[in-house]
Design a protein around this ligand. Structure first.
Ligand code: SF4
Ligand code: SF4
Length: 289
C-alpha cells in the first residue's frame, strides 16, 4: 500500500473568482461539476493500493457545488483518507450547509483579498464551526502569487529539470490529483493536459484501472525523477512574484503567453536547488483555528 500526504478532487471545475496566475487554469473553465459516480468508482479502485492523510475537495471553487455534503459523505465512506478537507477561497463560507460541516474535518481557506471584512467573517465562522463540529481551519493570508504556467513551451531541458526538482507541489506537499479517471502529480499537470496539450492525460498522468500493476505504476510515477511533459509549460514553485489581482477570463490566455525563461525567479530557484525542500513565500501568515 502506498501512503501519501494528500489527494485532491476537483468537485467544481469553475470558480467565482478569476485570479491572474491561477495554477489550476480555472479562469478558462466553463461551469461544470464532477461526475460523482465516476469519481467514487475511481477512488474505490485507488483505495486498494493507496492511502492518503487528507483528501481535499478543491476546484475551481468547491463551495459552488450544491452536492458537497453527499460528496464529502460518500468519499469519507470509501476510506481512502484519514481526514477530509475543503480548500476554498472563503467568499461563500457562511453559506456552507450543516450537512457539509458534519462530514468534513478541515477547512483550508485561501484569503486572497486581505480585506478586513472578509477576514473577520472567516475568523468568526471558523471559531463557530470549531466549537460546534470540531472542525480545524487554516486561513492562508496570501500576499502574492507566483507565475505558474505559460502557453509557450519551454525547450530548455536543463531549466525544466531544475523547475521540476524544486517543485514543492508534487515532491513535498504531494498535491496529487484524481481527475476524470486519472492520477496526476499536481493540479498543474491536469490543467496543462486539459488546456494546452490537448488532452494528453496519458502522457502526464496514470490511468486508474484495477489491474495488478496499478500499485507499481503509481509508485514509479510518483517517484520518477524525470519531469513530466507538462513541466515544459510550468514554473513549478519558482515563478516570479505577481500581484494578487482579478482579470477578465479572456485575458488569462494572453497573460500566460510569456516565455518560461522570462518568468523564473532565478535567485529563488538556485536557493531551492541547494536544499532539499523549499517554500513559495507567497503566504504572509497562517491563522490556525
Ligand atoms: S480562487 Fe483564484 S486561484 Fe483559486 S481556483 Fe479560483 S481563480 Fe484559481
Ligand atoms: S507540472 Fe511539473 S513543475 Fe509543474 S507543478 Fe507539476 S510536477 Fe511541478
Amino acid at each position: 500500500m502506498i501512503t501519501v500526504k494528500s489527494l485532491e478532487i476537483h468537485v467544481s471545475y469553475h470558480c467565482n473568482l478569476s485570479c491572474k496566475g491561477c495554477s489550476h487554469m480555472t479562469p478558462l473553465e466553463k461551469e461544470k461539476f464532477i461526475d460523482e459516480s465516476d469519481v467514487y468508482d475511481t477512488l474505490k479502485i485507488l483505495s486498494k493500493y493507496l492511502h492518503c492523510e487528507v483528501i481535499r475537495l478543491i476546484g475551481g471553487e468547491p463551495t459552488l457545488n450544491r452536492n458537497l455534503a453527499s460528496i464529502a459523505k460518500n468519499i469519507k465512506e470509501i476510506n481512502i483518507a484519514d481526514k477530509i478537507a475543503i480548500a476554498t477561497n472563503g467568499i461563500f463560507i457562511d453559506k456552507i450547509q450543516e450537512d457539509v460541516l458534519k462530514n468534513v474535518d478541515i477547512f483550508e481557506i485561501s484569503n486572497y483579498h486581505y480585506s478586513e471584512h472578509l477576514t473577520n467573517k472567516i475568523i468568526n465562522w471558523a471559531k463557530n464551526v470549531k466549537e460546534k463540529y470540531n472542525i480545524k481551519t487554516y486561513i492562508y493570508m496570501y500576499e502574492y502569487f507566483r507565475e505558474s504556467i505559460s502557453y509557450l513551451k519551454n525547450e530548455d531541458t536543463d531549466l525544466i529539470k531544475k523547475i521540476y526538482d524544486t517543485c514543492i507541489v508534487s515532491h513535498d506537499w504531494q498535491c496529487f490529483n484524481v481527475f476524470e479517471g486519472y492520477f496526476f502529480k499536481c493540479p498543474q499537470a491536469m490543467a496543462i493536459s486539459r488546456n494546452i496539450e490537448n488532452n494528453y492525460m496519458d502522457t502526464n498522468g496514470i490511468k486508474i484501472e484495477d489491474d495488478s500493476n496499478l500499485e507499481d505504476r503509481l509508485y514509479e510515477y510518483i517517484n520518477d525523477d524525470k519531469p513530466l511533459k507538462a513541466c515544459s509549460y510550468c514554473l513549478g514553485t519558482v515563478g516570479n512574484f505577481i500581484e494578487l489581482t482579478q482579470i477578465s477570463r479572456d485575458k488569462y490566455k494572453d497573460l500566460a503567453s510569456d516565455e518560461i525563461k522570462e518568468l523564473v525567479d532565478y535567485e529563488f530557484l538556485e536557493k531551492n536547488l541547494e536544499k532539499s525542500t523549499g517554500d513559495m513565500f507567497t503566504v504572509e501568515k497562517v491563522i490556525e483555528i
